[in-house]
Design a binder for this molecule. Sequence first.
Ligand SMILES: *Cc1c(COP(=O)(O)O)cnc(C)c1O
Length: 512
Amino acid sequence: MTTPLLLDLPVPSGEDAFLPDASEMLEAGAFDPARFQEASIAIIGQVRAHLENASTRGLRLTEPRDLMRAARSLMTEDSGEIADLDEERLSAIVDLYLRSGIQVYSPGYMGRQFSGVVPLAGAIDLASAIASQPSSYYEAGPLPSAVERIMAEELNRFIGWEPGRFAMVTTSGGSLANLTALLAARNDRYPGFWSDGAAALGGRVPAIAASEDVHYCVGRAAGMLGIGQRQMVHLPANRFGQISPEGAEAALDAAAERGLDVFCLAASAGTTSLGAYDPLDELADVARARGLWLHVDGAHGASLLVSDRLRHRLRGIERADSFSWDAHKLMFTPGVCTLLFYREREKSYAAFADDYRQASYVTDREPSACAAFDSAGKNFECTKRPLIMNLWVLWALYGRALFARKIEYLCDLAEQTWQLLRGEDDFQTLHRPECNILCFRYAPADPRAREIPGLQVAIRDRITENGRFFISKVDVEGEPALRVVFMNHRIRMEHVHELLQEIREIARDLPA
Ligand SMILES: *Cc1c(COP(=O)(O)O)cnc(C)c1O
């Protein structure tokens, strides 16, 4: 028996057509605006209760198998018909979702760089999801495209570039922003690379210079860009995780002697491990003298720019060729929302050759005035969420001070915790925090504790098991250390005291 081709199937026609029925049925069911509102209000109620739960709790991680079983039990049977909306099922799904994840609104959460958001941004995100205005083209997302320009101008108040000469584009995450900037840097140095690939290099061996502490996405980018991970030139850092300009000079000289053509220096404004800020002004001197593109990964730490008190950490940022900035970290907007800045507007088009202009389905031969607001020439995404809306609406409604106050609070908390630890005999401090990330070790004089194998990791594991706090660990100068990241203004010094107490009790009970 042969299966009939799709084209051979009977096509309903005339008055018997099922078309109007299907349309009505869809409109009365899953697409009904009134039922959507009702169901959404119930969800918002659950989210509110989740936000109001300020108890101290860490991560109770469910086994994937159990979670899959729970999720499966919440799925409707496939009867061939569209199921009626079951409010209880919906509520159970939302409950499972909120319960099973890291409790970012709890003062027990001190572990990672993602954060609770300003809740209203979630409502805007909902509106964005439903309005469905992908924002790589002005025509598809007019307001997002327009406010992207406004936000660029607003934030440039803290950078100081000449209006109209710089550019900013949003991307889906800091990793993609860094990749995009490094691609622009590569194409800028080797203009033929885009069309001819490595053949355009003429024997040159391109390389990227960065410190060991640079985020792993930079090494990945080297692999993806045809540079090769081996062509990462490591710039030495001091014990606080900052690149030393003298060390950088020496490493770059040595790289040149090895025949490497370093075209980009990637610095960090807030490293992931220690929250360390590289000396941007000094590194800009190094980069300028050698004709290197200076990219600054500010995914975590660029947000300090909005604080008058903390901006100095990024002294020299205005001399960078490009820098990235995650608003879903210290700007407390729903993930993802990353801003990628270029000092020179034209360079923002270097990452992607103008190939998209040849896509006749999105562009006209004679670009309109609106086309200047298209971001497609600067970002990899075609469909791109209107990332900027969450940030812009918060900025429009509450102003800069909302962000500045919260960031200052979190950085002050890290500073005070460091002060506290310095005064405790049984804790070892490793650096004075430059932002909201603080690393330290538990190092009691008691010789028994010193014999506990992998003490720091064991403490971290036990803290997670206990379920009251959630912190992380990181290697500092090759040795494990405990790491807290303060992303939540609900954390007070009393919670820090409780954490230290818990660490002491854990270490006392650990078998040596
Ligand atoms: C978080 C982070 C990244 C990665 O950004 P995503 O938005 O998670 O892709 C890159 N660099 C630094 C310094 C970061 O902290």
